[in-house]
Design a protein around this ligand. Structure first.
Ligand code: NAD
Ligand code: GLY
Length: 355
């Protein structure tokens, strides 16, 4: 097992990474403070891993809350189901909530934990690559609104993150690739060496080589932990983690939640950010080609869906958390492997990228 720390003073917490951790009771015990737990999962993950996760909490008084599976259920109605089942089970302020699943479960359960009786403890047990390398770390929790992705939420840090790399063996190939999009993102933010490593090891990752996966997860979490520790509430540099996301969120919302996977939308969004960066003269045509080639190698889409017009894109992008005082901020590539946050990008160039 390897452990990283998200350094947030008295709210610091560990990220444990290893094979088979979901069965190791001693790992989770110190982080369950009260006598009761609520385990939130979904109809796909629960049959696969809930029993194993129960070994972590055997002597506790636990309530299972099983949600429908899918991004389209990351909404207020399903959130209410969590509150209702917790109230019916008499969960109180000492209850610890366990989020077992991908980013949808993690984000929704985290928001339930942030708001239930004004905030309770929770533990992230991510089971998709995407949730292991990104969403389970950093305390961003929330749900979607029909008008915009992740528009309702709160910052609420978990007590710990337990990453059992063996759970990736049951993940389907499309979901694995979607997770690789967020891994690649860290490289383009500020780690060109990682991009080279990913280029060399992509086949191994797609074949689920345990060592390659463990390395990619560790290095991604290292990046995420560092940025979150420096800027927990996204006053500045944390926004870099949104490379490709303003375009990507517009794709997810515009196409209907669940049509494009989050990681797929981020992949096409990163290419759009690269194209816009090229139009500013910051990166070359060959750089853009290399971004596309790496994403294609990971079986990810590199073109936005033709169904979304430039006008729709602009409208969707105007409802984004990176619009502040009416000004849109975008994460762009100043050079390959060095991203920046910019609000004074060329609006005509953006128009060209949107088509
Ligand atoms: P997801 O949670 O929908 O999971 C993808 C699919 O895989 C689901 O059908 C799920 O049931 C299934 N699944 C999960 N684990 C499995 C396993 N081990 N074996 C087999 N099937 C499994 O999607 P995701 O990609 O994990 O997360 C995407 C969500 O995360 C989006 O809502 C996105 O907005 C959010 N997100 C949040 C943050 C953050 O910082 N909070 C960061 C990135 C993404
Ligand atoms: N996934 C973006 C963030 O955590 O800030």
């Amino acid at each position: 097992m390897k452990t990283l720390t998200v350094d947030l003073g008295t709210r610091s917490y560990p990220i444990h990474i290893g094979a088979g951790l979901i069965k190791q009771t001693d790992i989770i015990k110190p982080y369950i403070l009260g006598k009761t737990t609520a385990s939130v999962s979904n109809t796909t993950v629960a049959p696969l891993y809930l029993k194993q996760a129960h070994q972590l909490i055997t002597e506790k008084n636990n309530t299972d809350i099983i949600l429908p599976d899918g991004e389209q259920y990351k909404n207020l109605q399903v959130l209410e189901q969590i509150y209702t089942e917790m109230l019916e089970a008499h969960c109180d302020r000492k209850t610890t909530l366990l989020a077992l699943g991908g980013g949808v479960i993690g984000d929704m359960s985290g928001f339930a934990a942030a708001s239930y009786q004004r905030g309770i403890n929770f533990i992230q047990i991510p089971t998709t690559l995407l949730s292991m390398v990104d969403s389970s770390v950093g305390g961003k929790t929330g749900i979607n609104h029909p008008l915009g992705k992740n528009m309702i939420g709160a910052f609420h840090q978990p007590q710990c993150v337990i990453i059992d790399t063996e759970t990736l063996n049951t993940l389907d190939d499309r979901q694995l690739s979607a997770g690789i999009a967020e891994v690649i993102k860290y490289g383009y933010i500020n780690d060109i060496e990682f991009i080279h490593w990913l280029d060399e090891n992509m086949k191994k990752l797609l074949k689920r080589d345990p060592e390659a996966l463990a390395y990619a997860i560790y290095r991604s979490c290292e990046h995420k932990a560092k940025i979150v520790a420096a800027d927990e509430k996204e006053a500045g540099q944390r926004a870099l983690l949104n490379l490709g996301h303003t375009f990507g969120h517009a794709i997810e919302t515009g196409m209907g939640y669940g049509q494009w996977l989050h990681g797929e939308a981020i992949s096409a969004g990163m290419v759009m950010a690269a194209e816009l960066s090229k139009l500013h003269g910051w990166i070359s045509d060959n750089d853009v080609k290399s971004v596309k080639a790496l994403l294609k190698k990971a079986n990810l889409p590199v073109d936005p869906p033709s169904e979304i017009s430039a006008t729709q894109f602009k409208q969707l992008m105007s409802i984004d958390k990176k619009v502040q005082d009416g000004v849109l901020h975008l994460v762009l590539m100043k050079s390959l492997g060095e991203s920046i946050i910019s609000s004074d990008f060329d609006k005509q160039a953006l128009q060209r990228v949107l088509g």
